[in-house]
Design a protein around this ligand. Structure first.
Ligand SMILES: [Mg+2]
Length: 113
């Protein structure tokens, strides 16, 4: 995660001019998440694609959109001084502690096994 944050920061500071402001990136993140939903609803949901709009590799199309989300999310972390690695570790610690047995008896999930 540190490498990802550095890679994005280096790219922004050398190729791009500077970061969009935080609120612009917040809206940008929403836009990119919407693009993920657009792919998901057509590939895994019941929405159909327009004729001739089927991508050669739907997994790559989804991956590209997820990467867009990751990029903007990383921009927001960088410009707000969030250490994603530390945040992720706190997230994992919480799930491995407080939530570790939370879904073991969830029949909606266990019935899928
Ligand atoms: Mg996108």
């Amino acid at each position: 995660m540190k490498e990802l944050q550095k890679q994005v920061d280096d790219w922004i500071n050398t190729i791009w001019v500077t970061y969009f402001d935080e609120m612009t990136n917040c809206a940008q993140l929403t836009e990119e998440v919407w693009e993920v939903a657009r792919v998901m609803v057509r590939e895994y949901g019941e929405q159909s694609r327009k004729k001739g709009k089927k991508p050669e590799d739907p997994t790559q199309e989804l991956g590209d959109e997820l990467a867009d989300v990751l990029f903007v999310l990383t921009c927001i972390a960088n410009q707000t001084w969030v250490d994603l690695e530390a945040a992720w570790q706190r997230w994992m610690d919480k799930r491995n502690g407080r939530d570790k047995d939370r879904h073991k008896d969830n029949e909606k999930l266990t019935s899928k096994l």
